[in-house]
Design a protein around this ligand. Structure first.
Ligand SMILES: NC(=O)c1ccc[n+]([C@@H]2O[C@H](COP(=O)([O-])OP(=O)(O)OC[C@H]3O[C@@H](n4cnc5c(N)ncnc54)[C@H](OP(=O)(O)O)[C@@H]3O)[C@@H](O)[C@H]2O)c1
Length: 379
C-alpha cells in the first residue's frame, strides 16, 4: 500500500458524510503504522467529533510513531470540539500527510505549522485536487459567509426548460431526476422563483430514503404565493422562507399584503423583506441573510427569470445542466436563462467544464463559474 492508497481510503471515508456535515467540511482520516491501518474515521455530522479524533478513537494499538493521512488540514482552534492538532500530538504520531489546506482564517496553515513545530514531519497538498473536490461548499462558505449556489436546470436538446404552454414535467428521465434528489439532499437550501411555483406547484423536497430535505426559499416580491400551494400546505413539515420585496413587513397589519404575510406566517413560513429598490428581491442581500442563518449551500432550481438575476448578481458558483434527448421547439418556450441577454458573444458569462456524464438517456454537464477551486463531487 502506498501513500496514495491511504489517502484514497481517507477520501472514501470522508464521502460517507455527504449531506450530513454541513456547514462543516467532509473529512476522512487514516492512521497507519508499519504498513497496517490501525485506525480510521470521518466527520459524521456537524457538532460531532472531527475525522482525526474518530480515527484515534478507533485505534487498535498505540499510534506512537504512526502516520496520519487526513484529507483536510487538522484544526488547531477550540470550536465545538477541541483542536485535532493536540489529539494528534498526544498520540505520538510522527508524520502527517495532508490533502486540502483549510481556508478557515482560524486554521489557514496554523494547523500544519503547530504539528511541524512539535516535530511532526508534515507533507501538505498531497492529492490536493481530489481532496479539494470534497469541499467546494465549505471553502466558499468559510471564505465569503454566503451559500455556494448551484444553478440546476433540465432542458431539451434545443435548450427549452418548458413547453410553449409552460409545462415542464417531465423533461428528463427517472435516473436524472433521482440524481437531482441526491443533489437536494446535499444542499442546505433550495431556491425557486414564484413563476415556477405558480406554473408547477412543486414540493421542492427530498423523496429518497434517508434523504434530508433542504430549506425551501421562494423569491416572491409581492407575496403572490397561493396558500393552497404544495409549498404552503407543507410549510410546517419543511422549513420554508418566502423572500419578498413589498413593504408588507412595515404595514399596519390591515392592508392586503400584511394580511397575506400574517396568513403565510400562520402556515409556518418565515417571510423576509429583501427589496432591491426595483420592486424585486435583492438576491445578493438574500444570500448574506441566508449565509447568516447557517445555510452554506443552495440548489437554485430557477426558472429562467430568477436564474438570470442570480447570474447577473454573481451569486452562482456552479451550473448543472441536464440535457434530455428531446426537442420542444417554439420561439416562446422558456430557456434556462431569461432576461435580455448579452449583446456580444464576448460578454458571455464564462463557465469552465468540470465533467460530462450520461445518466440514463440524459446528459449531465457540470460547470464551474468564476474562480471556485472545484466542482462538487458526485452525490
Ligand atoms: N426545466 C427546469 O429545470 C425548470 C426549472 C424551474 C422552472 N421551470 C419552468 O420555468 C417556468 C417559470 O419560469 P419563470 O422565469 O416564469 O419563473 P421564476 O424564475 O421561477 O420566477 C420568476 C419570478 O420570481 C420573482 N422574483 C422575485 N425576485 C426576483 C429576482 N430578483 N429576479 C427574478 N425574479 C424574481 C418575480 O415575480 P414577482 O415580481 O412577482 O416577485 C419573477 O417574475 C415554468 O414554466 C417552469 O415550469 C423549468
Amino acid at each position: 500500500m502506498t501513500d496514495r492508497d491511504y489517502m484514497s481510503r481517507a477520501i472514501e471515508l470522508a464521502k460517507r458524510g455527504i449531506g450530513l456535515t454541513n456547514p462543516n467540511p467532509m473529512v476522512g482520516a487514516v492512521i497507519v503504522k508499519d504498513g497496517r491501518i490501525i485506525g480510521e474515521g470521518y466527520h459524521r455530522r456537524c457538532g460531532e467529533l472531527h475525522a482525526e479524533r474518530n480515527a484515534i478513537a478507533s485505534l487498535t494499538e498505540s499510534a506512537q510513531g504512526a502516520t496520519i493521512y487526513v484529507t483536510l488540514e487538522p484544526c488547531c482552534h477550540y470550536g465545538r470540539t477541541p483542536p485535532c492538532t493536540e489529539a494528534i500530538l498526544a498520540q505520538g504520531i510522527t508524520r502527517a500527510v495532508i490533502g486540502s489546506r483549510d481556508p478557515n482564517p482560524k486554521v489557514a496553515g496554523k494547523g500544519a505549522r503547530i504539528l511541524r513545530e512539535a516535530g511532526v514531519s508534515v507533507e501538505e497538498d498531497f492529492m490536493k485536487e481530489e481532496c479539494d473536490r470534497l469541499n467546494p461548499v465549505f471553502f466558499h462558505y468559510i471564505t465569503h459567509g454566503t451559500p455556494y449556489v448551484i444553478m440546476k436546470y433540465a432542458m431539451t436538446a434545443d435548450g427549452k426548460i418548458a413547453t410553449r404552454t409552460g409545462a415542464s414535467k417531465w423533461i428528463t428521465g427517472e435516473e436524472a431526476r433521482r440524481e437531482v434528489q441526491k443533489l437536494r439532499h446535499r444542499c442546505m437550501g433550495i431556491m425557486a422563483g414564484i413563476g415556477t411555483v405558480l406554473a408547477d406547484d412543486p414540493m421542492l423536497n427530498v423523496r429518497i430514503e434517508g434523504g434530508k430535505s433542504p430549506v425551501r426559499i421562494i423569491c416572491d416580491s409581492n407575496l403572490r404565493i397561493p396558500p393552497d400551494s404544495q409549498i404552503c400546505r407543507t410549510a410546517k413539515e419543511y422549513l420554508t422562507i418566502v423572500a419578498c420585496a413589498a413593504e408588507c413587513l412595515k404595514g399596519d397589519g390591515q392592508d392586503d399584503r400584511s394580511k397575506k404575510r400574517s396568513r403565510l406566517e400562520e402556515l409556518g413560513i418565515q417571510v423576509i423583506h429583501v427589496p432591491d429598490g426595483d420592486g424585486s428581491v435583492d438576491v445578493r442581500r438574500l444570500m448574506e441573510i441566508l449565509g447568516g442563518q447557517g445555510i452554506d449551500s443552495i440548489l437554485l432550481e430557477g426558472g429562467g427569470t430568477l436564474n438570470d438575476s442570480a447570474l447577473r448578481a454573481g451569486i452562482v458558483q456552479e451550473v448543472r445542466a441536464f440535457v434530455a434527448p428531446k426537442i420542444f421547439g417554439g420561439a416562446g418556450a422558456q430557456t434556462p436563462v431569461a432576461g435580455i441577454g448579452v449583446r456580444l458573444p464576448d460578454e458571455a458569462v464564462r463557465l469552465e467544464l468540470c465533467k460530462v456524464s450520461q445518466i440514463g438517456d440524459d446528459l449531465l454537464l457540470e460547470y464551474k463559474v468564476g474562480k471556485e477551486r472545484a466542482c462538487l463531487q458526485e452525490s
